[in-house]
Design a protein around this ligand. Structure first.
Ligand code: CP
Ligand code: NVA
Length: 305
């Protein structure tokens, strides 16, 4: 399979078969298979928001595949302010073979992708976080095996993580149920896309209010911060709304025995997840973090190989 020269802005940019191929390659790379797919190639890492996991794992992924990476920090990246976004892309493509970008607005990714033939990778936008979900799928497959017929319950804000999980689950036949306050539901277009895909794969997509009513059938419990990057000023107000959606031991105890406890990190302990849940025996949050490296190596190898 080759994804050569394709963009990866959304989970929906990959077919189910391509997603499985990528995850299989990620497993082989994790087991130690060597690849020099990026030998002599350069990758720009453009970040409009801070990052620990994404920045570090993309940096290492490029190096481990034999390539070079150049990082631009939020203070240096002012897409569309110092220079029009398409012009940024037209400069970058003269020096690098791939652009990995974390942006405030998804539209910047689309503009970059439209202006250049080199692959553009979404390292988080306000709409999706597809690279995180590659690692999440790898992690769930390690612990649950085939994901078809399994159920993931996502509790909290219907945000970028929620959108990518909806699309990925539906594609692979894993049901994704979302418990969220009515005003913070995932955007309707993602629910519609997921439902359309789920009809083909047999997954079910539910968006409801009460996590307690959904938790009994969950094989994985997933949460994310209540205020995403860029929403910091809403933090206090959101905390009051989201408290019933906390991933805590009481919720874990009501799910399937051994259900996975998942979080993309960074976690705000005591808010969306308790210490007991994140540090408990069912937590796989650091497996998720580890797998960012392997999943992104697989992605880069397929895009640039
Ligand atoms: N999960 C994740 O993307 O973490 P960072 O924001 O640290 O990259
Ligand atoms: N929803 C979070 C994810 C962080 C990895 C955010 O956008 O800040």
């Amino acid at each position: 399979m080759s994804l050569e020269a394709r963009d990866f802005l959304s989970i929906n940019d990959l077919s189910a078969a391509e997603l499985i191929e990528l995850l299989d390659l990620a497993d082989r790379l994790k087991r130690g298979e060597a690849s020099s797919a990026l030998a002599g190639k350069s990758v720009a890492l453009l970040f409009e928001h801070p990052s620990l996991r994404t920045r570090l794992t993309f940096d290492l992924a490029v190096q481990q595949l034999g390539g070079y990476s150049v990082y631009m920090a939020p203070s240096e990246v002012s897409l569309g302010e110092r220079e029009a976004v398409p012009d940024v892309a037209r400069n970058l493509e003269r020096w690098v073979q791939c652009i990995v970008a974390r942006v405030r607005y998804h539209s910047s990714l689309v503009e970059l992708a439209q202006a250049t033939a080199v692959p553009v990778v979404n390292a988080l936008s306000d709409r999706e976080h597809p690279c995180q979900v590659l690692a999440d799928l790898q992690t769930m497959r390690e612990h649950l095996g085939d994901l078809r017929g399994r159920t993931l319950l996502y509790c909290g804000d219907g945000n970028n993580m929620c959108h990518s999980l909806l699309l990925a689950g539906a594609k692979l036949g894993m049901s994704v149920w979302v418990a969220t306050p009515p005003a913070f539901q995932p955007r309707p277009e993602f629910v519609t896309l997921a439902r359309r895909e789920a009809e083909r794969t047999g997954a079910s997509i539910r968006v409801e209010r009460d996590p307690q009513a959904l938790v009994a059938d969950a094989d994985a419990l997933y949460t994310d911060v209540w205020a995403s990057m860029g929403q910091e000023s809403e933090k206090e107000q959101r905390r009051r709304t989201f408290l019933p959606y906390q991933l805590n031991q009481q919720l874990v105890a009501r799910a399937h025995p051994g259900a996975l406890v998942m979080h993309c990190l960074p976690a705000h302990r005591g808010d969306e997840i308790t210490d007991e849940a994140i540090d408990g025996p069912q937590s796989v949050v650091f497996d998720q973090a580890e797998n960012r490296l392997h999943a992104q190596k697989a992605l880069l190898a397929l895009l640039l190989g």
